[in-house]
Design a protein around this ligand. Structure first.
Ligand code: NAD
Ligand code: WQD
Length: 335
C-alpha cells in the first residue's frame, strides 16, 4: 500500500516526502513541475537513501492520473499540488480556479473510483479572511477571502466538507498553514522561486545574496505590532512536514470524519524582527527601505495551535533563528 503525494516535488511536498521516507513509507509522487524541478527528486533520494515511484503527470489529466491509481495500491493521498502565488492569482483567476479546484475534483473523482477515501489537504490561514482578531482559531470557520488563490482554498475546503456530508466514509484532514519558511538541514532542498519573489523570506534571501539591491518593507505604521511592520506566524517547513505525518496518523486512528487544524507556532514576528534575526544569525547584510503598505495585507495574525497539539500531538520544535539559518544554508550550500 502506498501514499500518493501530489505536488511532491514542491517546497512543502519535498520536505514531507523526506519525512515519510524516513519513516519507511511507500510513496508515489505525482508532479507536473509547473513550479518545481526534476532535480528535487534526486535530492530527496540523496537525503533519505530511499527510492520511490514518480509520475510526471498533471492532476488535471484524468486518464494519466487514473493510470497512477491503476498501477498502485493507493491507500491515502497528501494533496499539495496547486498554484500558490497570490498576486498571479489576481491576474489569472481562470488558471488558478481551473488548476486548483478542477485539479482537486479530478483527484477526488479518482479517489472515489478506487475507494481511496483518506486525504490530507494543504489549506491556508488565508481562508479565515479577516476575522477581526489576530489569533486564529479553527472554530472561526471560513471568512471572506481577498484573492482568487485564497478562494480556491476556501472552495476546496467546502467541497471536502460536502463530499463527507454525501458519504461519511471519507476521512479528511484540512491543514491550514501559516507562513512556512526554512529548509532541510542538508541544504539540498528548500524554496526556490523563479524570478522576483513575492514572499518575505525568498525576497530577503535574494537581497542577502546581492541578486536584488534592497527589500521593500511594506508599511511601518501598522497598529498592534511591536514596531509597526506586519507580523506573521512563521513556522519551519520541517515542522510543517511533520504535521502532515501526524495528520495522517490521526486519520489512520479514525474511521472517518473531517478534521481541521491550524499549523503554526502561535507566535508572530514582525518584518523587522525577521530581517534583524536573519542578519544576526547569518552574518550578512539585508538592506531595506520602508515602502507603502501592500494592498490586502493585514497587520498581524497568528495561529492558535492548541487543537493540533491536543489532537495530533504536534508542536513546532524549530525556532525563528533555525528558520533563518536553514533558509540561508539552502541558498549558500553547494547543491
Ligand atoms: P510549490 O509550488 O513549491 O509546490 C506545489 C507543487 O505542485 C509544485 O511542485 C508544482 O509543480 C505542483 N503542481 C501544481 N499544479 C499541479 C498540477 N496541476 N499537477 C501536478 N502538479 C502540480 O508550493 P508549496 O509552497 O510547496 O505549497 C504546497 C501546497 O501548500 C499548495 O497547495 C499551496 O497552496 C499550499 N500552501 C502553501 C503555503 C506557503 O506559504 N508555501 C501556505 C499555505 C498553503
Ligand atoms: C509576510 C510579511 C508583508 C514581502 C502569503 C499568502 C498566504 C500564504 C503565505 C499560501 C507581510 C511583508 C513581504 C516583501 C514585506 N500562502 N513583506 N516585503 O502575505 O503573510 O502570506 O504567503 O497560502 O496565503 O498571502 O506572506 O511572505 O508575502 O508576507 O514587507 O517584499 O512580510 O507585508 O507583513 P503573507 P508574505
Amino acid at each position: 500500500m502506498s501514499i500518493l503525494v501530489t505536488g511532491g516535488a514542491g517546497y512543502i511536498g519535498s520536505h514531507t516526502v523526506v519525512e515519510l521516507l524516513n519513516r519507511d513509507e511507500n510513496i508515489v509522487i505525482v508532479d507536473n513541475f509547473v513550479n518545481s524541478k526534476p532535480e528535487v527528486l534526486e535530492k530527496i533520494k540523496k537525503i533519505t537513501g530511499k527510492d520511490f515511484k514518480f509520475y510526471e503527470v498533471d492532476i488535471l489529466d484524468e486518464k494519466k492520473l487514473n493510470n497512477v491509481f491503476e498501477e498502485n495500491d493507493i491507500e491515502s493521498v497528501i494533496h499539495f499540488a496547486g498554484l500558490k502565488a497570490v498576486g498571479e492569482s489576481v491576474e489569472k483567476p481562470i488558471e488558478y480556479y481551473y488548476n486548483n479546484v478542477t485539479g482537486t475534483l479530478v483527484l477526488l473523482k479518482l479517489m472515489r473510483k478506487y475507494n481511496c477515501k483518506k486525504i490530507v489537504f494543504s489549506s491556508s490561514a488565508t481562508v479565515y479572511g479577516d476575522p477581526g482578531t489576530p489569533k486564529y482559531i479553527e472554530e472561526f470557520g471560513r471568512g471572506k477571502t481577498t484573492n482568487p488563490y485564497g478562494s480556491t482554498k476556501s472552495i476546496i475546503e467546502q467541497i471536502l466538507e460536502d463530499l463527507y456530508a454525501s458519504d461519511n466514509s471519507w476521512n479528511i484532514a484540512i491543514l491550514r498553514y501559516f507562513n512556512p519558511i526554512g529548509a532541510h538541514k542538508s541544504g539540498l532542498i528548500g524554496e526556490e522561486p523563479q524570478g522576483i519573489p513575492n514572499n518575505l523570506m525568498p525576497f530577503i534571501m535574494k537581497v542577502a545574496n546581492k541578486e536584488l539591491d534592497h527589500l521593500n518593507v511594506f508599511g511601518n505604521d501598522y497598529e498592534g505590532t511591536k514596531d509597526g511592520t506586519g507580523a506573521r506566524d512563521y513556522l519551519h517547513v520541517v515542522d510543517l512536514a511533520i504535521g502532515h505525518i501526524k495528520a495522517l496518523e490521526k486519520l489512520n486512528r479514525e474511521k472517518s470524519g473531517v478534521f481541521i487544524y491550524n499549523l503554526g507556532t502561535g507566535t508572530a514576528y514582525t518584518v523587522l524582527e525577521i530581517i534583524e534575526t536573519f542578519k544576526r544569525v547569518n552574518n550578512v547584510d539585508v538592506p531595506y527601505k520602508i515602502a507603502p503598505r501592500r494592498s490586502g495585507d493585514l497587520a498581524i495574525y497568528y495561529a492558535d495551535p492548541t487543537k493540533a497539539k491536543k489532537e495530533l500531538g504536534w508542536v513546532c520544535e524549530r525556532g525563528i533563528e533555525e528558520m533563518c539559518r536553514d533558509s540561508w544554508n539552502f541558498i549558500k550550500s553547494d547543491k
